[in-house]
Design a protein around this ligand. Structure first.
Ligand code: FES
Length: 178
């Protein structure tokens, strides 16, 4: 076999551009670059963490004297799902989420009650359940007076009657102005 490579079959000799060694080297580099790309991608992900931007839970609800004693204000129901109720001496905010399965109850003024259209749960103006399948009252949310005298409602803080939380000083605002 003069001039030939005894380890390589005749058919393979002179026809391949890439030797086996070249291919192995190429595969190795490919693996290394893939690792670098994966690590680089992970580092970039760490620099830009996935942040969930939720709408703010707190909002200004105007001045206390904008609310009428004895009324259930639906001013913020559509945008914030909160009713604001003023009594002779207090103002409180009820969350418009049925405590049965989460539907949105409606305020029925002539019947002086909240009524859930889904399964018929009913609540008094205070938010106490008295009919239908719901097991507990509506929840109240945090209410306070801001420095500018406006009511601030914060839905991130909820108060449950059955846990005695409606007596919390931030579950209502004392107000008997005109
Ligand atoms: S969700 Fe309101 S009664 Fe069922």
């Amino acid at each position: 076999m003069p001039g030939g490579d005894p380890g390589i079959p005749q058919a393979e000799r002179g026809h391949n551009i890439w030797s086996r060694r070249d291919l192995a080297s190429l595969a190795g580099w490919g693996a290394i670059l893939t690792c670098f790309a994966a690590v680089g991608g992970a580092i970039v992900r760490l620099l830009f963490p996935r942040v969930l931007f939720e709408p703010p839970t707190a909002f200004k609800a105007g001045y206390p004297n904008e609310y009428t004693i004895g009324d259930v204000s639906e001013k913020w129901m559509k945008s914030q799902r909160v009713w604001i109720i003023r009594t002779q001496s207090n103002i409180y905010a009820l969350l418009g989420i049925c405590t049965h399965l989460g539907c949105t109850p409606r305020w029925l003024g002539p019947e002086n009650k909240f009524k859930c259209p889904c399964h018929g749960s009913g609540y008094t103006k205070d938010g106490i359940n008295f009919e239908g399948p719901t097991p507990r009252p509506l929840e109240r949310v945090k209410i306070s007076l801001g420095d500018d005298g406006q009511l601030i409602i914060d839905k991130a803080f909820r108060f449950r009657y059955e846990l005695g939380q409606w007596d919390d000083p931030t579950a209502f605002v004392k107000y008997n102005g005109v």
